[in-house]
Design a protein around this ligand. Structure first.
Ligand SMILES: N[C@@H](CCC(=O)N[C@@H](CS)C(=O)NCC(=O)O)C(=O)O
Length: 241
């Protein structure tokens, strides 16, 4: 092979984030994340799809997630974000918002989104249900139940979000009563929803106060989700320490 015919190394220097979190393998998808329910959606999807990737730990500390380097990729200052060196037109693309990244990866591979336009519409519907409902409501519930808002004496914020969590779990329980996965076959909608269901126990320790026994189909769904080998792998990426 002559020097001329050697494959050119992928150049990600146009992305300032790579100065702070350098790519060892710039030809692979670069994942900037932390193992939270939103973060692990992307590592789980990448594991399920078998796509080569390199994970960089961006903690939720302001010095990481709100740093100029991270915000150069996601001006909203929240994980997860990715750079795909092989974007749709062959040029690298940076993306943030977990739902947008999941749709992108599904479209890139033609997997985890069904096979017909109808499948895609229904998977997208449940993905948006997670992004607009489950994620924000569960997140606020966690804040008032287990974290910074716990000491607030006014009971109304917690009551409001507990009520929303129970209502949303009821919707999921109904949908899952006669199916294994939320939109038919296993899809990016499950990858979005599963980590948030799991977090009610692992993140907030809230099952007793939620009345978990009222949602048996959701419990069985969570167990099915967590039992998947790719989910097991993705849940711990990037390692916390
Ligand atoms: N809608 C965003 C939400 C992302 C999000 O809330 N990320 C959290 C971790 S789960 C975060 O980075 N928090 C840090 C901060 O807000 O300072 C998505 O789905 O990507």
């Amino acid at each position: 092979m002559t020097e001329h015919s050697l494959p050119r190394a992928t150049d990600l220097s146009q992305f300032p984030i790579t100065q702070r979190w350098p790519a060892q393998h710039p030809d692979r998808i670069q994942l900037y994340s932390f193992p939270t329910p939103n973060g692990v959606k992307i590592s789980i999807a990448l594991e399920e799809l078998g796509l080569p990737y390199e994970a960089h730990k961006v903690t939720l500390a302001e010095s990481d997630v709100k740093s100029p380097e991270f915000e150069s990729l996601n001006p909203n200052g929240k994980i997860p974000a990715i750079i795909d060196p092989g974007g749709p037109d062959g040029a690298p693309i940076g993306l943030f918002e977990s739902g947008a990244i999941l749709l992108y990866l599904a479209d890139k591979t033609g997997q985890l989104i069904g096979t017909t336009a109808r499948d895609r519409a229904v998977v997208t519907q449940w993905l948006m249900f997670q992004m607009g409902g489950v994620g924000p409501m569960f997140g606020q519930f966690g804040y008032f139940y287990a974290f910074g808002g716990k000491a607030i004496e006014d009971a109304r914020p917690l009551e409001r979000y507990l009520g929303e969590v129970r209502r949303l779990l009821g919707v999921l329980d109904g949908q899952l009563a006669d199916r294994d996965w939320i939109a038919g076959d296993f899809s990016i909608a499950d990858i979005a929803i599963g980590p948030w269901i799991r977090s009610l126990e692992t993140g907030y320790g809230a099952l007793k106060d939620i009345g978990w026994s009222d949602f048996p189909a959701v419990e069985a769904y969570r167990d099915r989700f967590v039992a998947r080998p790719a989910v097991q792998r993705g849940l711990n990426v990037p390692a916390r320490d």
